[in-house]
Design a protein around this ligand. Structure first.
Ligand code: FAD
Length: 305
């Protein structure tokens, strides 16, 4: 990479905006890790921070608690993920209503994975929302929520074709989605080709790239396999031989993620959604390279209180 690639301001006409994704912690120790990550990242003034919803709605309470704590203890804007899986419409609507009461204004609406696991046939709950576009419409009916949805530059594994997948995105947009966040990808050309297809359909909502900094290559490859994301050979080559060398792996991980986001900045992208895996270091470093600096009063003080 040429050194000039590390100058994101070169083409930056609009400011860089970031958002961070976390998952609800399962144990006290994980809770500590999550909160130290939130405290570290909050001063970077993200547009929002999102909290995932476990498969089959398994983290309903924990997602709710985490989102509530973010609202109570930080100045961050939380976005709660919500799926259609294993719940009636009434149950899902009740979750939406209680989010509204708590002060949540942003929901990431998803279908969710089949209850029997990825790779099995999806069966909608008989009394539930049968597809994501219905959930989006339901949330919009329930109140003044901002709604984000997913997008799949390499198509969702269940979609018969990219065109069918784009039809699903179109339906979500028609139902009122305000933004889409992509599944992670490592080949920027794939994302930009996808954007061309989205724009050719007249879809105008932001399609924000989801960036997964790769700290553990083997784990990322497993995620990618389940998510239908391709892993280029060059990525594996960069981590080759570093299985027992976490220090170097971390440096390489930061370089790889920085290279990806700078290339996107060079190609006009300004918004980034980071899959943090509840860890701050790598994401903080990449955001720093993107030119973001801690801002007073943007959550750290309140988060630390
Ligand atoms: P949609 O966008 O509604 O559909 C994806 C594709 O699958 C479309 O092409 C659609 O036509 C096709 N499809 C849908 N249903 C069927 C069907 N029955 N038969 C054939 N094709 C079908 N999962 C969680 O459990 N919790 C989370 O918090 C979570 N957060 C996510 C955040 C992001 C940004 C992304 C990208 C994914 C997230 N997921 C999450 C994963 C997501 O739930 C799964 O990928 C799920 O399989 C699809 O949900 P969706 O809303 O993305 O699907």
């Amino acid at each position: 990479m040429s050194p000039t690639a590390f100058r994101p301001s070169r083409h930056a006409t609009r400011p860089i905006r970031v958002s961070f994704e976390f998952f609800p912690p399962k144990s006290e120790e994980m809770e500590k890790t999550l909160w130290s990550s939130i405290e570290r990242l909050a001063p970077l003034n993200p547009s929002f921070v999102s909290v995932t919803y476990g498969a089959g709605g398994s983290t309903r309470e924990r997602t709710h608690r985490t989102v509530e704590r973010i609202l109570a203890e930080t100045a961050l804007k939380p976005a709660a993920h919500l799926t259609c899986v294993a719940a009636t419409r009434e149950e899902v609507d009740e979750v939406v209503r209680s989010y509204g009461e708590t002060g949540v204004r942003h929901i990431v609406a998803l279908r969710g994975d089949p209850v029997a696991g990825i790779g099995t046939a999806y069966e909608a709950h008989p009394g539930g929302y049968s597809q994501t576009s219905d959930l989006v419409a339901g949330i919009k009916r329930a109140g003044d929520f901002e709604v984000s949805v997913s997008a799949y530059p390499e198509k969702h594994p269940e979609a018969p074709s990219l065109e069918a997948d784009l039809d699903a995105l179109q339906k979500k947009v028609d139902a009122g989605a305000d933004r889409a966040i992509t599944q992670f990808f490592f080949d920027n050309d794939v994302y930009l080709r996808y954007l061309d297809k989205v724009h050719a359909r007249g879809i105008g909502i932001p399609i924000v790239p989801g960036i997964l900094p790769v700290l553990n290559f083997r784990q990322a490859r497993n995620f990618a396999e389940r998510a239908g994301a391709s892993v280029p050979d060059w990525l594996g080559a960069r981590f080759e031989g570093l299985e027992n060398d976490p220090e170097t792996r971390k440096l390489i991980a930061a370089a790889v993620a920085a290279e990806q986001v700078f290339d996107l900045v060079d190609r006009g992208v300004r918004d980034f959604h980071f899959y943090t895996m509840n860890r701050a270091d790598l994401v903080y470093a990449v955001c720093h390279l993107l030119g973001l600096r801690p801002q007073a009063g943007q959550g750290a003080e309140r988060a630390a209180a």
